[in-house]
Design a protein around this ligand. Sequence first.
Ligand SMILES: Nc1ncnc2c1ncn2[C@@H]1O[C@H](COP(=O)(O)OP(=O)(O)OP(=O)(O)O)[C@@H](O)[C@H]1O
Length: 329
Amino acid sequence: MSDLLTVDGLSVTFRVPGATVRAVSGAAFRVRAGRCLALVGESGCGKSVLAHALLGLLPGNATVTGQAWLDAGGGERIELVGASRKVLARRVRGRLVGLIPQSPATYLTPVRTARAQLEETLRELGAPQGAAELAGRHGLRPADLDKYPHELSGGMAQRVANAMALAGDPRLVLADEPTTGLDRPLVDRAMAALRELCAEGRAVLLITHDLRAAERVADDLAVMYAGRLVEAGPAAEVLARPRHPYAAGLIAAQPDRHFVPIPGMPPELTALPDGCAFRPRCGRASEACAVLPAMAAPDGRTRDGHAAGGDAAEEHTVACHHSLEESRA
Ligand SMILES: Nc1ncnc2c1ncn2[C@@H]1O[C@H](COP(=O)(O)OP(=O)(O)OP(=O)(O)O)[C@@H](O)[C@H]1O
């Protein structure tokens, strides 16, 4: 399977009065065709900012550095961080990359019917199909199209948002907390829809704090803490044998596991500590943790700031001086 997206050393800062918010620091990962990578972490850790950075959707106070290579087909690759607004608007957003937004009900324009919004999307893309045909493929009936967003159920609004995201037949789909506000059956349906996208050969980047949802759909998992990836690998492997104390804590905090919250709070992104940002909350912390640990495979090979080549991305990697693997060995 080929890499559709290769992110390398991606960082995002925001200028705010008197401070700098370090929202994403040196993220490196790849998303492959036919696979779903779930990016998980607590609210505010930088997941959505990362997705928006890829699409050039951040506000003017943001600075993005690093690289993100998108396979545009036909041997062409587009570097998203340096791409012009025109390239992002005309070639990337909606065409090569579809965005399934957080909270579809609020993403849709309240004063326009579903049909009007789908038609506008299709017109912008120059797509030949009609709104009814597109809607039908996403399980919407023609009568649903004449409804305004507030008249749509959560599930229907989600289908409209999915139809808009997929109208341009994108190779990569970014799903930003697509399950926000949905009850469990709708979450299950949304996850099944993401799985279908993978079966069609698309690559899916799922951004979520819902580990249970990630568990259902993800092939690969990356765990983010305070703007930094701390653990990555095959989803089943990371969930069964987490190596980073934060990842282990996040998993143990699930209602169907021990339901024990991690003590303390994440640090302010305007005042990140030196070294490992999880240090103040970590029972395993030592003086060594004052130095930032590199993302490394069990044999110690590091890949901090660099997307892995070959098949190495499926390796289970962790950025921790005292990983749980160490104590299991
Ligand atoms: N325009 C902005 N200016 C300053 N800070 C911002 C801006 N946009 C986002 N941030 C900050 O960046 C950090 C990361 O936000 P982000 O929305 O990516 O978190 P998240 O992990 O997706 O959480 P959630 O699930 O709540 O959306 C937060 O501290 C947020 O306050």
